[in-house]
Design a protein around this ligand. Structure first.
Ligand code: GLU
Length: 577
């Protein structure tokens, strides 16, 4: 049976690269009816962040990538956290086996000594390969070194008799000279195993048949393969190293893009209050300075908080960024699957079930794939269109919760109506942006300066608004002014009203609808204005028109002048509805 695994080091949010690795491993397990394992590689204490594991778990679940074995699920070969496995002595058992068989040895070098060796190697234009001692130190030597306060590590004596050939499903046969690999550390001075060692032990104990991971790990594979054989683990797993994904700006897609974009943005802002910025990010001013100079990078939540404060949008890289930007999990799965794979026909938009059916390791591509954000938006537009309404409602609610939107106060019926009205939306963020004004208090409407200038102050926008206001007021107070006997200010009524005003003024509908839109929502983009009026109700509609008529001219320094109001509208003639 095929058993694949995803083995993240919980050092931050799950980013697209990690998500793609998880997805390919999961797809292969599902396609073959095998198992998918989640293992948390948390042996680097300095790099682990306490919330990262939970974030990775949440992100995988959001994508719909469920594991058969791993944290919070079934643990037949558990535990699945390497820190816990270390505590149980699992790795020490195998380190001791290698030491006992003379296949590994103790080392006591201090970091200064190692640095000196590195410098020497650099001077001689060579890579540092550790000089293996003629006679391996024994337990007593290790005890002595410990008592002297020297760091005690264990290195694997990489067999030097022959080259190591890795059979990779994507890249074919890849040859490595054993001499290039050098004896590497398998147990660190803090007692923890290194990644290369723990990974091999766990892949064996968890019965992994396919190691699917990014190409950046290809150089780790000969060492891991040699360890596997030295430990007598029998048949090797199949190795699959996926091609590189490049960003549109060129170069490997990297999680550093976000901090880089923020750094640039900070530099372009004049008179930026750095003290406040550091406070927002919960870091001190030295840390902020070092970040701006490009020396260090704070954790992602710090980056996110500072970006939000200065109002800059950073390129999405982490899975949670895509959730926050209004992408559907189905879109992400579809899009990520196409980074280095294709089904071999013309299909591009595929559901998760279709991907599971079509996925095949033999169709992984060697060439780089481009992280094309325009294509991602096109995929999302399609998936929004094809996702069943109930499911889309669930995604929309998740999204609204994530960004803590005022639209959360809408009930399901209202949300469904909004979804219908936002047909063709490219992201859930579009849907939210077009409808959030419906759920804000009147005094929370923020008027967009551009919209005010173009729609209300230029031409007779304010006058049109007064026209509409007067008609709705009359409609409310005077039954004779109702159209077709309707009592509520419905979408249908609003449409008729706006059309009649447009006709009277001999202008296009837009010249009437847009001023109303700006008054109600603050900008020029919203759901259908007719529907908006019905959903807001007449009180809110009138209050917002009134507010716009009071606030906007004052803001623009224009004297409020009732004389501009059309006298026909002012008149009390019943026919003039
Ligand atoms: N913990 C490693 C990483 O996050 C896993 C590499 C592997 O799949 O072997 O890169």
């Amino acid at each position: 049976m095929v058993v694949t695994r995803f083995a993240p080091s919980p050092t931050g949010y799950l980013h697209v690269g990690g998500a793609r690795t998880a997805l390919f491993s999961w797809l292969w397990a599902r396609h073959t009816g095998g198992k998918f394992v989640l293992r948390i590689e948390d042996t680097d204490l300095k790099r682990n962040t306490p919330t990262a594991m939970q974030q990775v778990i949440n992100d995988l679940r959001w994508l719909g990538i469920e594991w058969d074995e791993g944290p919070e699920v079934s643990e037949p070969n558990g535990p699945y956290l390497q820190s816990q496995r270390h505590q149980q002595g699992i790795y020490d058992k195998y380190v001791n086996q290698l030491l006992g068989e003379g296949k590994a040895y103790y080392c006591f070098d201090t970091s200064e000594e190692l640095e000196a060796m590195r410098e020497e190697a650099t001077d001689q234009k060579q890579n540092l390969t550790y000089r293996r001692p003629e006679i391996f130190p024994d337990e007593k030597d290790a005890a002595k070194a410990r008592s002297e306060g020297r760091p005690v590590t264990v290195r694997f004596a990489v067999p030097q008799d022959e080259d190591i050939i890795v059979q990779d499903i994507v890249r074919g046969e890849v040859k490595f000279a054993a001499s290039e690999i050098g004896d590497f550390i398998i147990k660190k001075s803090d007692g923890f195993p290194t990644y290369n060692f723990a990974c091999v032990v766990d892949d064996y104990l968890m019965k992994i048949t396919h190691v699917i991971r990014g190409q950046e790990h290809l150089n780790n594979t000969p060492g891991q393969q040699a360890l596997w054989q030295a430990l007598g683990f029998g048949q090797l797993p199949q190795y699959v190293h996926m091609s590189v994904t490049v960003s549109e700006g060129g170069g490997k897609l990297s999680k550093r893009e976000r901090p880089k974009a923020l750094r640039q943005a900070i530099k372009t802002i004049e008179n930026i209050d750095l003290e406040k910025l550091a406070q927002i990010g919960n870091i001190n001013s030295e840390e902020l300075e070092s970040f701006i100079k490009g020396k260090t990078t704070p954790d992602m939540p710090v980056i996110d908080a500072m970006a939000e404060y200065i109002g800059v949008e950073l390129p999405e890289i982490n899975i949670v960024d895509f959730l926050r930007s209004g992408y559907l999990p189905e879109t992400m799965v579809n899009f990520l699957a196409f980074l280095g794979w294709n089904p071999g026909d013309n299909r591009e938009i595929m559901s998760i079930d279709e991907l599971v059916r079509a996925f095949d390791l033999s169709r992984l591509t060697k060439s780089n794939s481009l992280f094309d954000r325009q294509k991602l938006i096109a995929f999302n537009t399609e998936h929004i269109k094809m996702t069943p309404r109930e499911k889309l409602l669930g995604h929309l609610k998740d999204y609204l919760k994530t960004i803590n939107s005022p639209v959360l106060s809408a009930d399901d019926e209202q949300l469904k109506r909004i979804i219908i009205l936002c047909e063709g939306a490219r992201t859930l963020a579009d849907i939210e942006r077009k409808s959030r004004f419906l759920f804000l208090e009147n005094d929370k409407i923020v008027y967009d300066d551009d919209a005010i200038k173009k729609v209300l102050l230029k031409g007779d926008g304010l006058d049109v608004l007064k026209n509409i206001q007067a008609k709705i007021e009359k409609f409310v107070t005077n039954p004779a002014c109702r159209i077709d006997g309707q009592e509520k200010v419905t979408a249908e009524y609003t449409e008729k009203l706006l059309r009649s005003i447009a006709e009277e003024r001999k202008v296009g509908l837009g010249k009437v609808a847009q001023p109303l839109r700006v008054a109600l929502c603050g900008g020029t983009i919203s759901i259908s204005i007719f529907e908006a009026v019905e959903m807001l109700g007449k009180e809110k509609t009138l209050a917002r028109i009134d507010n716009a008529l009071n606030v906007i001219p004052a803001k623009a320094g224009i004297q409020k002048n009732d004389d501009v109001m059309d006298s026909r509208v002012r008149g009390n003639d019943k026919k003039e509805c």
